[in-house]
Ligand binder design. Sequence first.
Ligand code: UFG
Length: 329
Amino acid sequence: MILVVGGCGYVGTHVVKALLTAGHQVTVLDDLSSGQAELLPGGELVLGDMGDRALLDELLGSRRVRGVVHLASLLNVAESVADPARYYRSNTSKSLTLLEAMVAHGVQSLVFSSSAAVYGEPVGLPIGEHHPCRPINPYGASKWMVERMLQDFSSAYGLASVSLRYFNAAGADPQGHMGECHEPETHLIPLAIQAALGRRPALVRYGRDYATEDGTCIRDFVHVEDLAAAHLKALDYLWRGGESAAFNLGSGRGYSVQEVLDSVRRVTGCAVPVRDAPRREGDPARLEADIGLAQRELGWLPRRSELDTIVRDAWRWEIRRREVRQGRP
Ligand code: UFG
């Protein structure tokens, strides 16, 4: 059985779907603080907190757990700046409780959902895994601290782990059953689609004066289904005896904010109403991943991460999501 902590979230539900499709038994531990039980595609759901050691002892002691996928985390950068204690408590301290419980119960394989935010301001592009890790906000620091603990837990206790550093997770289930629903939503693609559909007055475009071709920021978007596939590859890698490591997950190609808006217009047939605003604090001009290591070591290749495909899947989900909310599934 695979224990998926945070399996009711955006990436988590896709990971659960991929695990079930591959024939794994899945137990999800989620406190539903941001995840949604109704989007879980199957498996057993245990409601509870990753920081509850007694619950973890019960779960890990009563089931044959072959591996843990840990995706439970708060993820709003601005919120982490305003309330770092909450981020270090939820993302870092509770992760330590999970790691200790795994060691106590002899569960030795962990896939951890990390972030490109561990790198901070890029000093060279594309960003490879050896790029210095100097996070510039508490969210990134809270992830980096877990990665550091994992390195030490690997050496000292033999807990083998893969940290997956997501760049910009985007898109939705191609069948339209699962997708992004953060509350509040802060991510570019869902906000741009909602604006195109008239569900928001406008997309606020943060900054047109960056040193990029069209003056807007460049990001590396990776389809959530590609991300999910990488978690299975990472488990296989660990079960084959692979060493603890961190891997970038992106598409390897950046698109500007303006290119995203153009894609939304192409896909939806509606122009995105835009309101220009100054730069958002802490946004680097350009983030692009070097994904060669994940390709070589995990045998992973993004397959759905072309921009229009991502936007099309996200758009279908946005429409479907409204129907689900209105009771027309
Ligand atoms: N943007 C806008 N308007 C919006 C929202 C975003 O112009 O309303 C722009 C941002 O300024 C940025 C780009 O769109 O240039 C992407 O912004 P997102 O908020 O969608 O994503 P980020 O790149 O800021 O964040 C992502 C992940 C975080 C992670 C961060 C750093 O979502 O979890 O990368 O790696 F911390």
